[in-house]
Design a protein around this ligand. Sequence first.
Ligand code: HEM
Length: 426
Amino acid sequence: MIIAAGLTHNHDALSILFSEDLRMSSRAEAFERWIRTSFVQMNTELENLYFAQSNRAQVIGYGDPIKAALRDEGHTYVVALLAEGNTAEGFDSAFSVLGNVGMYLGALRRHELTNPLREERSPFPEASSLALHVGASLGMAPRFSTAHLSTHNRAYAGLRKSFTSLSDEFLFIDENTRGILSLQRAADALTSIVHLGVSSPVVDVMFEAAKQALRDVIRFNDRLIQQLDVERFFYSVRPYYKPYRVGRQEYRGANAGDFSGINELDLLLGLCRANDPYYSQLLVDKMLFMLPSDQARLRDCMTRTSLLDELLLFENEYAHTDWFQLNACAYLEVCDLFGQSAAQHHDGLVKRFIEEPAVNLKEQDLQGITASGPPLAALLRSLEVLRDLRLAVDRHDINTRHHDLAKLRSAVRAHRPPTFAPAAAP
Ligand code: HEM
């Protein structure tokens, strides 16, 4: 297979970078190179084939020779790595192998060479064994995760890992990563406040940092809403994130939420609570889809008192003080921006890029459309719950912090609730 543009002339430099950076074995390096070149090219060719059909959701029956080459070439690398066993080359190398075997299996699923609905176990036992071995040794789910394509997607000469070379996929990956990095920055800022105590005069800088980071999230989401092509995203990018089987078990797809920062914000702001059965189930379910370092951050965060609870403890006695007025106001402004970004995710991104295009799909094509697997309507309901928790909406069926936030708002003289409208689609 032809090597993807931009990587042809760079073989030596890439080999040095792969092996020095990731301390990879030569087999792991060969797999990495394939995933970054021929694999991308074959997926892109297949996407262009499907996209040119009148029914863009139709995958079976098109591009069979390319699909077979993708399956067989990948298999050769997988078998070689499986024979090598766990060569203890460190976290980075193992994490990279997990991402590569996961992307290979994700592509086989996308091209309908496997489908959990018609199988009881994966028809790719070698790839499953490799993924299970490496995933278990790292303490992560045995599939590619969000971090592989976002925060830990190492660029070489500007080129990052992807399934295809479609510009919409790069736009999606890059803006997702910017959003995740910004949410992580906001979470870091709030974590510092927890250590300083919400009454400290110096937390002003950290509230400001959190606000700036959340404004950035909103800006990046907005760029996606404005620039991402709905059809390309829906038909050529999203399908790589479907659930697939590894061995006997089906694993849900990756989504941009699989990092701890978003939940750190939920918990530290106090908008969601770790003892709420709905929310704690969500945390448990996503634990293994995150990096071990994120898992540790999330566990730590679950033991902390939220900023909202801390402020409410002080309110009766100290509401008249300058520090309370300043810091509670800054806290409320962070909540407003966080709620705005949550509403934008649901009412802008999910609606525009998933819910609306799904209306045109036939029943059989709707199956497996979501990354987590449940039927679309159920997924949308559960995402709505998250949005409303983050907006502290006054709902009777779920336990939001609406009344607590209203109490705090009434105690803070300078705070003006936002009057934002959800981002409109172009
Ligand atoms: C085209 C852009 C996007 C679309 C269509 C989209 C859609 C979705 C969907 C459908 C889910 C549910 C998971 C599933 O499929 O089963 C989800 C989850 C999630 N997404 Fe996005 N998303 C997009 C971009 C982003 C970005 C840029 C961020 C922020 C960095 C983000 C943050 C999250 C989070 C945190 C979750 C987990 C659920 C939660 O805690 O809210 N998404 N997304």
